[in-house]
Design a protein around this ligand. Sequence first.
Ligand SMILES: Cc1cc2nc3c(=O)[nH]c(=O)nc-3n(C[C@H](O)[C@H](O)[C@H](O)COP(=O)(O)OP(=O)(O)OC[C@H]3O[C@@H](n4cnc5c(N)ncnc54)[C@H](O)[C@@H]3O)c2cc1C
Length: 413
Amino acid sequence: MRAIVIGSGPAGLYASLTASRHSKVTLIEENEKLGGICVLYGCIPSKAMFHPVNLMGSLGKFRPKEVDLTELQEIGREAANRVSKGVEYLLESHGIEVISGVAKLGNGEVRVGTQSYPYDSVVVATGTSKPKVQGTVASDELPYIEFKGKRVIVIGGGAGGIEFAWFLSQVGAEVHVVESSNSLLQGNDLDISNAVKSNFIRKGIKLHLGLKAVKTEGGKVELSDGSILESDLTLFTFGRRPNVDGLGLELNGKYLRVDSRMKTSSEAVYGAGDVTGTFTAHEAIHQGIVAGANAVGEKWEYNGSIVPKIIYSKPEIATIGKLEGKSVKVSYSSLPRAVADRETEGFLKIYYEGENIVGGAIYGERAEEIATIIGLVIQWKIRMEDLFRYHFPHPSYMELIWEAVGRVLGYLN
Ligand SMILES: Cc1cc2nc3c(=O)[nH]c(=O)nc-3n(C[C@H](O)[C@H](O)[C@H](O)COP(=O)(O)OP(=O)(O)OC[C@H]3O[C@@H](n4cnc5c(N)ncnc54)[C@H](O)[C@@H]3O)c2cc1C
């Protein structure tokens, strides 16, 4: 049996590893390095660049005066290379054959240049491509560009826009954010969106809300109200396109159509990751596992109902589950651990129905971990009464969950 996986991002990697338990696997990747957007341009280099800046944010008066973006870019590239090497090693150690080239699909075979590869099953994990907008740089290019100057315009006030606007403002840039809707993080929890807005204003980040960038060229950005901003770098942070060309597969809108087993409407062809319309590496990983298992005859279903969404700025932002209905909000300001660490900006908001938590919105230190725990609580239906009896460590940021639950249950009012 031979399974072919197209793409070496998180979806392709995990599809390959999973399928290799029962089948010979060939992975085809067009980039000379392995790991996809996540490893080479997205999750890994960005978080590596953000980490020192995040630590600096905690240092208060001990914070160094100057930060060198070039050094941070080097740190980002180094992390990307190391993780990419790790991907190479993982594939090799599982006996997975890696072929370099652009894969095309048709007539029961995969073609790479003049070579044809017959298959028993295929997993398409081709991800997305960056937007190509004249006069702008896509956010995934940031670790690789030379940037001299100070003025930055970030187009887009969604998750990517928030991360990069925060980061660049912390390395000394004068940052403008242009966003067509009237708020940052449109569609997110309203308290989070408002908190980010005030935080950005305090940091001196200029917001241009309710306005579109209509023209971007020669270091100038024209906005829909006719005003013109000048920039040394214009970062475009949304509008990625799924890589579906040359595959001949049925689409759902612009994305690959798949069912809950990650099967496309073509015989023996599965799809996983961003090409199906998801946006995070953890969704790509889990879809990859399901697609890889089903491609070699197992029967797995994908459930993406409880997925943490994290924005790695400082304060960190995380949401999980349903963000509607009854809620209670607790602040970091009086949390002993937050006071000790001087990380008192932020809040946790839990949403609940009956005896259970159904969602959470967190703005503050360790938001990622808090959302992960809330996700487990939701997924395994742990009742708030039981949660209140659990010993959360003291002093910890996790105590916010305990406090919120105690308030809902009336034990801490
Ligand atoms: C700047 C940035 C920061 C991000 N940060 C985070 C984060 O912190 N956390 C998070 O969860 N997500 C983050 N993401 C999103 C994350 O990168 C994606 O969700 C994830 O990479 C999707 O994985 P994938 O395997 O579906 O696709 P990809 O990672 O895009 O991989 C697809 C692979 O397929 C290859 N390919 C495409 N077509 C072909 C073909 N025809 N033949 C051969 N090979 C092909 C591509 O070269 C690529 O290597 C970020 C994205 C960006 C841009």
